[in-house]
Design a protein around this ligand. Structure first.
Ligand SMILES: *[C@@H]1O[C@H](CO)[C@@H](O)[C@H](O)[C@H]1NC(C)=O
Ligand SMILES: *[C@@H]1O[C@H](CO)[C@@H](O)[C@H](O)[C@H]1NC(C)=O
Ligand SMILES: *[C@@H]1O[C@H](CO)[C@@H](O)[C@H](O)[C@H]1NC(C)=O
Length: 228
């Protein structure tokens, strides 16, 4: 678990990474082993089995005034969501582009998956994974929803690049690199994320990746760096 303290506001960001890692690494030790097993196991408390809210709502038919498109709250929400999607994509693909990796595409199914799980965290805001076995997954939590944007989450994950050694494909001891390597993973093509305001005013952010990255002893790069 990484705790980053920001300036005057000492709020805590906590990032943990892919349950895929847990899965893979529980089977055998890894070169990147030191970046796993640092996930606090939260006590579950009371998880309310909230039903997922669909990502987008169809425009309700308004009978004779069906041309009434002034449903402002709906339009604002759609616009915010579109902006959020662009932000998640931009932040990921900026980093990938620097390494010559192909951009990720937004995937509605992944986004629905992420949103469904984020909805379950609304009531407790606990930093935990969905424990998916088929996707890569990065999660993030912060206090004060407004202060933690999509970009903040992606940048926090990506800041692990400072601990990652591309030449040896290894992570500095007692640090995490898995969020970063998932972001840049060569074979990952699709992305779906959710940013949820918790009932306590905090934020829970989750991104799911397909195909998943972070395979043991594999380089994240298309063209592994060489020393020469
Ligand atoms: C259009 O929708 C708004 C709410 O979004 C409502 O206040 C208004 O009365 C509606 N107008 C008509 C003509 O139905
Ligand atoms: C406007 O959209 C919201 C959210 O979809 C919905 O709950 C509300 O009923 C809509 N209002 C009207 C007047 O259609
Ligand atoms: C995921 O696995 C961890 C560790 O086993 C567990 O603590 C957590 O509750 C699981 N998450 C879900 C959503 O079941």
């Amino acid at each position: 678990m990484a705790r980053l303290i920001f300036g005057v506001h000492t709020f805590v960001l906590i990032v943990i990474f892919s349950s895929l890692y847990q899965l893979i690494h529980s089977q055998s030790p890894s070169q990147l082993g030191e970046i796993i097993n640092n996930v606090d196991q939260p006590t579950h408390g009371t998880l309310s089995p909230t039903r997922p809210t669909p990502a987008t709502h169809p425009q309700p038919t308004l009978g004779r005034s069906s041309r009434n498109v002034t449903n402002l709250s709906m339009r604002v929400r759609r616009r915010r969501r579109a902006a959020m999607i662009r932000e998640f994509l931009f932040e990921h693909n900026k980093i990938r582009a620097q390494l010559g990796e192909r951009p990720l595409k937004w995937d509605k199914m992944l986004a629905r998956y992420a949103e469904r799980f984020a909805n379950k965290r609304k009531s407790d805001c606990i930093l935990m994974h969905s424990n998916t076995t088929i996707y890569g997954e990065n999660v993030y939590r912060g206090e004060h929803y407004e202060r933690h944007t999509a970009a903040n989450a992606v940048r926090a994950w990506a800041s692990e690049s400072q601990f990652y050694h591309p030449l040896s494909n290894s992570c500095q001891p007692n640090q995490m690199c898995g969020h970063y390597t998932q972001i840049i993973w060569r074979n990952t093509k699709r992305l779906g994320c959710s940013r949820m305001k918790c009932n306590n005013g905090g934020v829970y952010i989750i991104c799911d990746y397909d195909p998943p990255g972070n395979y043991r002893n594999e380089s994240p790069f298309t063209t592994p760096l060489s020393v020469d």
